[in-house]
Design a protein. Structure first.
Length: 396
């Protein structure tokens, strides 16, 4: 079987990270896969290439696609001749739908939605328009994969077809993300953190829905209550956002906060944190970072957005979105547990997510979805055209 993944780009994000994990942990060695990035690929392209997966790009800019990009999309899909067109996120889903309708009618179409939608009105006008278009054509995919129950319910309220719903949660590599007793010392040394402080970390790209400001304010409030916290913020755009920088300068002492752009060594850093803080106001489906933290034995304080509460369970604290006081109080409770209390909570967290979200099992669920969708497409399964160009994209 040949699967073509169509994704907006390969910057550091939950959907992009999940795609990389599927390519790194294939369940079926007979499935050939390729990735088409609509934008210039971004830093996760190297993880894709390292798996030996062919990677193509349209090199688009962040604007409406022109005729040239559309023609290049169709040319690429025709050359590959996939059995399954797997769209990722709203733009990738629409691109996959366009390709199927135009040039790949025998291919099975799958959408992958990675975003919760508590209030569509908080989305940009462009995203709202894409949502309406997507809802109107949502009967056409063979399956719509959601990574959380809440995301599925919210999109269906917005008009998405329910008949195609399939829930596949995120999966985690527990050999890569695991406790490391030496990691905390490394983190303190690299970031200049006083080891006596409790390290609260945020790992999220800068975006209004991530609400970094709430975390800054909550840490400030918890510090005012007498808890010695050092805040670490890692993510694309966080170090270059003037508004966030000003808020940090106003609320926190300069020696008690570390801000840096996205890192490729998160698996090495994560076990060195004491608490993971997830402060999102909306938009989360199944946050990868929560599973990664729990896999490393790190306790979590999160807002109740998407399926965060069910992932955190008893191995952390969940508070209402946009509630600074509740978040600060939860940070205080975590500090009061002390290193031993948090370590015990972390051990239980790793045990639970390891039993529920192993990446190989999640990868098998995706392969099962591909089989169902491709066979439902009809007798053309396994006999796709594509000409001589196909071997260039799927080398044997």
């Amino acid at each position: 079987m040949k699967v073509l993944h169509i994704i907006t780009g390969l910057n550091v994000g939950g959907a992009e990270n999940m795609l990389c994990k599927l390519l790194e942990n294939p369940a079926d060695s007979t499935t050939s896969q390729a990735v088409l990035s609509l934008l210039e690929p971004g830093p996760l392209a190297e993880r894709v290439r390292a798996t030996g997966t062919p990677l193509c790009t349209l090199g688009m800019k962040r604007a409406l696609p022109g005729a040239r990009a559309c023609l290049q999309l169709l040319k690429t899909v025709k050359a590959i001749g996939p059995d399954v067109l797997h769209g990722w996120m709203y733009h990738g889903n629409l691109a996959a739908s366009f390709a199927k309708a135009s040039i790949a009618r025998d291919a099975a179409l799958i959408w992958n939605v990675r975003h919760s939608l508590a209030d569509p009105g908080r989305e940009s006008r462009k995203t709202q328009a894409i949502l309406k278009l997507s809802a109107a054509i949502s009967r056409h995919p063979a399956r719509i994969i959601y990574n959380s129950l809440q995301a599925a319910a919210e999109h269906e309220r917005a008009g998405y077809s329910r008949a195609q719903r399939m829930i596949i949660p995120n999966g985690f590599d527990f050999d890569r993300f695991r406790p490391d007793p030496e990691a905390r010392q490394r983190v303190c040394r690299e970031f200049g953190i006083d080891p006596s402080a409790t390290i609260v970390a945020s790992v999220a790209r800068y975006h209004p829905m991530k609400n970094h400001a709430l975390l800054v304010d909550a840490v400030s409030k918890a510090r005012a209550a007498g808890y010695r916290l050092h805040l670490v913020m890692i993510g694309a755009g966080v170090a270059s956002c003037p508004d966030l920088g000003r808020r940090i300068d106003q609320r926190l002492p300069s020696g008690e906060v570390t801000v840096c752009e996205a890192r490729s060594d998160l698996a090495d850093l994560m076990p060195g944190f004491d608490i993971l803080g997830v402060s999102s106001s909306w938009g989360e489906g199944f946050p990868n970072v929560i599973g990664e933290a729990l896999a490393c034995g790190v306790s979590v304080v999160s807002t109740d957005v998407g399926d965060s509460a069910s992932i955190v369970a008893e191995q952390g604290l969940v508070v209402p979105p946009d509630d600074v006081s509740a978040f600060a109080a939860a940070l205080g409770k975590m500090c009061a547990l002390g290193p031993e209390g948090r370590a015990a909570m972390g051990r239980e967290g790793r045990k639970r997510v390891k039993a529920m979200y192993a990446i190989r099992e999640i990868s098998r669920k995706y392969d099962h979805c591909y089989e169902i969708a491709a066979r439902a497409q009809g007798p053309a399964y396994g006999a796709r055209g594509g000409g001589d160009d196909r071997a260039k994209v799927f080398p044997r």
